[in-house]
Design a protein around this ligand. Sequence first.
Ligand code: FEO
Length: 172
Amino acid sequence: MLNKDIAKLINEQVNKELYSAYLYLDFANYYADEGLDGFAHWYEIQAQEERDHAMMMRRYLIDNGIRVTFDKIEKPDKTFNSAADPLNAGYEHEQYVTSLINNIYARAFEIKDFKTMQFLDWFIKEQGEEEKNAEDQIKKFKMFGHDAKGLYALNQELAARVYTPSTTGPAM
Ligand code: FEO
């Protein structure tokens, strides 16, 4: 049985991950509307990954005897004035998610919940990758996004992203 605090924090994180999926689908909606289908596709896949994160956490709770509960998922409320805006918002959001995961990790460390620390290791690494991806996108957009040809090439590149469900996943 998991510590109550840890279970509550992970259950809340399930909601945050589902919100992340919702937020990235909202980004995809914006890009689809702008005719940037490659950007939209990239964020549709990102949304799938976020849902996967939520499912991994849900499974961890269930496997540890916790009754998972769902809360309302917040409405994405960002407004975008340029194609760069979601990229910046995405980076900010991932930094926020990293702080949430770190917070759960810190609590697990405090109470010597080594099992949860091991479970969260995967997410710590994943957050590092997600922040790097978000930063890379911003850099590329700064370099190529302001000219029609460059933007077209970038859109093509993002269109090539393939969804691969994580086979490794966190230790349960
Ligand atoms: Fe599930 Fe993008 O963090």
